[in-house]
Structures are given as structure tokens and as C-alpha cells.
Write a protein that binds this ligand. Structure first.
Ligand SMILES: [Zn+2]
Length: 113
């Protein structure tokens, strides 16, 4: 397994182990960007979603405590953080899903070995 895949598997493992803050720190270090904030509670206009990213305060919001440990959701929202170089461009939903899936696939490959 490549170093990149091992890193991805480790991130999912951390979120799974309820160490989401630690996972976000490791991810941010890896991509050399600022660590996003993490908050339980959605902004009003996103209240129907499980999670969202707000660029103005660099915060990943999740709808409930359980969703702090939803690796797919956290990684999807982290992608928006990663892609936000200004307030407009946050990357596409499709790419955010692909980003999250790659991490989860790496984790699955590791545990199936
Ligand atoms: Zn999204």
C-alpha cells in the first residue's frame, strides 16, 4: 500500500475513533493549509443538510454530534475547505464526493488486507 493510501486510511481511522479534530489537523498539515474550525449546528439556510462548509469563518458545520464521526461527511466538507482560495470557489459537489470516497476506499482496502 502506498504512503498516500496509508495516510488516507489513517485519516478515516481517526475520524472513526472519534478523533475528528486530530484528523483535520493531520489533513491540513498534509495539504499545508489552515486547520478548519469544526462546529455542531448548522447555519439557518443549510439547516436541512447533514453538513456544510462556510468559507467566511472557515468552519465545517455538522448537524449533530454523531455526524462529527461521519468520515464521508467530514472529508466531503474538508474538500470544500481545501478548495476555498477565495469565498466563491469551493469546488464542485462531485469532486468533494470523489475526494471523500478515495479516503474511505483506502481505509476499506487496508482493513480487508
Ligand atoms: Zn458539498
Amino acid at each position: 500500500m502506498s504512503a498516500e493510501k496509508l495516510f488516507k486510511a489513517k485519516i478515516v481511522q481517526l475520524i472513526f475513533s472519534k478523533k475528528t479534530e486530530e484528523a483535520l489537523k493531520a489533513l491540513s498539515q498534509h495539504f499545508n493549509i489552515e486547520v478548519p474550525k469544526l462546529k455542531v449546528g448548522m447555519p439557518k439556510r443549510h439547516s436541512k443538510n447533514l453538513g456544510c462548509y462556510t468559507a467566511k469563518d472557515k468552519t465545517i458545520h455538522v448537524s449533530s454530534r454523531e455526524n462529527l464521526y461521519n468520515s464521508y461527511l467530514i472529508l466531503h466538507e474538508f474538500y470544500h475547505h481545501l478548495r476555498t482560495h477565495d469565498r466563491e470557489h469551493k469546488g464542485t459537489e462531485r469532486h468533494a464526493d470523489k475526494f471523500a470516497k478515495e479516503f474511505i476506499q483506502a481505509y476499506r482496502d487496508q482493513i480487508s488486507n
